[in-house]
Design a protein around this ligand. Structure first.
Ligand code: NDP
Length: 450
């Protein structure tokens, strides 16, 4: 058995029942063959065994009182995965599906994503199995306060700086920041994604979606193509999906779909972005309401999705931007996209494509940008927020957006050049994994056995 396979097999034995985590580990480690072959330094330093084991995992009880006076209890998590390159950095997810496996997969991905940005940030992730849907503002606030009442002792501007993710936006960040300040008496840059009124950065809200579109543009340019005029499928209707759609319009592309957990909208004329923002950012209602204004659009409820995948990927388009959640794009979805002439896939979400779907994209040699590269604009802009907080400065929208573009270009170049170096031009999965891994592994070696 090879070094990598032995490590994966040991991991499954010692960390049982964590399928999403194994999937993320296997996806990264499978790419590392070329860098491990002929270089026994990493093996001698036990880098693979060390990198798959979080430095610290915190699990805690989050008790709170709902509006009816009932006591509710949720599970809270923070996985501080790797600090070789800087303070742990990664979002908090509030969603009923959250468990230790999902937080570990996200934290593991975050290590390599953050390394790829070239910025001084380590990898971490956290969250809770709390469902914010249908909860009042008061309930959200009490939950966030209870969550922070444990989390505050583990985080700090130079140790661990959480941000948002699914179910955690500026409102939740605000409530958590307020509680942190109350508990510690310190006003400091301990969270990113803050309100623009008190320490947030311009472009942070837009950054992940904008970045995924910039990444698609760089991939296409390298192949002599352009985004302009391309018909694009987008899944999701949250933060990442909305700002992906916004940037696609700005660059002359035509976004024709979006989806939420209940169904998919397909609108041949192009998604009405103002309406989407109103439905999701302002009112928080189901996408089915889109039809009230646009009777020419199609709504496909989840009950009508194909058994082997997601309705959104079955429409004809040139480009796909999965921006909802993990494993939302199956092999059959990938085959449908390819058969319909899709030439570029840029992942706004984390690990949205199953391993078989990824293999199909690589095999077809289309421009495929894995999430850890394509959606790194969010965390990169979080680091720009940290830099502004630490230097007590506020940069303009253009300044931050220009930096974001440069960072996304550098990420593309790092992944692309590394793929060429290892004899697989165009394979950005291999390129991103090896480029991110090398930066972390070298730092770990230089810092000794810790
Ligand atoms: P939001 O909570 O703003 O939006 C998530 C969207 O996806 C919603 O439309 C939601 O539907 C849908 N969704 C979530 N879970 C499921 C599910 N299990 N099944 C079907 N639909 C689902 O989250 P974000 O936009 O912030 O995050 C989306 C993805 O992007 C995640 O994978 C996240 O990890 C990743 N990401 C986010 C970053 C950020 O800066 N926010 C940075 C990097 C990656 P509904 O409206 O019905 O809830």
């Amino acid at each position: 058995m090879t070094y990598v396979h032995q490590t994966i097999s040991d991991l499954k034995r010692t960390s049982p029942a964590q399928s999403e985590f194994y999937q993320a580990v296997e996806e990264v480690l499978d790419s590392l063959g070329p860098v491990l072959e002929g270089n026994d330094r990493y093996q001698k330093q036990a880098i693979i065994q060390r990198i798959v084991e979080p430095e610290r995992q915190i699990m805690f009880r989050v008790p709170w009182v709902d509006d009816k006076g009932n006591i509710q209890v949720n599970k809270g998590y923070r996985v501080e995965f790797n600090s070789a390159l800087g303070p742990y950095k990664g979002g908090l997810r509030f969603h009923p599906s959250v468990n230790a496996s999902i937080i570990k997969f996200l934290g593991f991905e975050q290590i390599f994503k953050n390394a790829l940005t070239g910025l001084p940030i380590g990898g971490g992730k956290g969250g809770a199995n709390f469902d914010p849907k249908g909860r009042s503002d008061g309930e959200i606030m009490r939950f966030c306060q209870s969550f922070m009442t444990e989390l505050y002792r583990h985080i700090g501007p130079t140790t661990d700086v959480p941000a948002g993710d699914i179910g955690v936006g500026a409102r939740e960040i605000g409530y958590m920041f307020g509680q942190y300040k109350r508990l510690t008496g310190r006003y400091e840059g301990v969270l990113t994604g803050k309100s623009l009124l008190w320490g947030g950065s311009l472009v942070r809200k837009e950054a992940t979606g904008y970045g995924a579109v910039y990444f698609a543009q760089y991939m296409l340019e390298a192949r002599g193509g352009l985004l302009e005029g391309k018909k694009c499928l987008i899944s999701g209707a949250g933060n990442v999906a909305i700002y992906t759609i916004e940037k696609l319009y700005q660059l002359g592309a035509i976004p024709v779909s979006c989806s939420d957990s209940r169904g998919t909208i397909y609108h041949q004329a192009g998604i009405d972005l103002d309406l989407l923002k109103e439905l999701k950012e302002v009112r928080g209602v189901s996408l089915v309401e889109y039809l009230q204004k646009h009777s020419d659009a199609q709504y496909i409820p989840k009950s009508d999705y194909p058994a082997d995948g997601h309705a959104v990927w079955r429409f004809k388009a040139d480009a796909a931007f999965p921006c909802a959640t993990q494993n939302e794009l199956t092999l059959e979805d990938a085959q449908a996209l390819l058969a319909n002439g899709c030439v570029v896939v840029s992942e706004g979400a984390n690990m949205p494509s199953t391993q078989a779907a990824v293999d199909a994209f690589i095999e077809a040699n289309i421009a495929y940008g894995p999430g850890k590269a394509a959606n790194a604009g969010g965390v990169a802009t979080s680091q720009l927020e940290m830099a502004q907080n630490a230097s007590m400065q506020n940069w303009t929208f253009e300044q931050v957006d220009d930096k974001l573009k440069v960072i996304m270009k550098n990420i593309f170049n790092a992944a692309n050049d590394t793929a060429i170096e290892f004899g697989q031009p165009g394979n950005l999965v291999l390129g991103a994994n090896i480029a991110g891994f090398r930066r972390v592994a070298e730092a770990m070696i230089e810092q000794g056995v810790v």
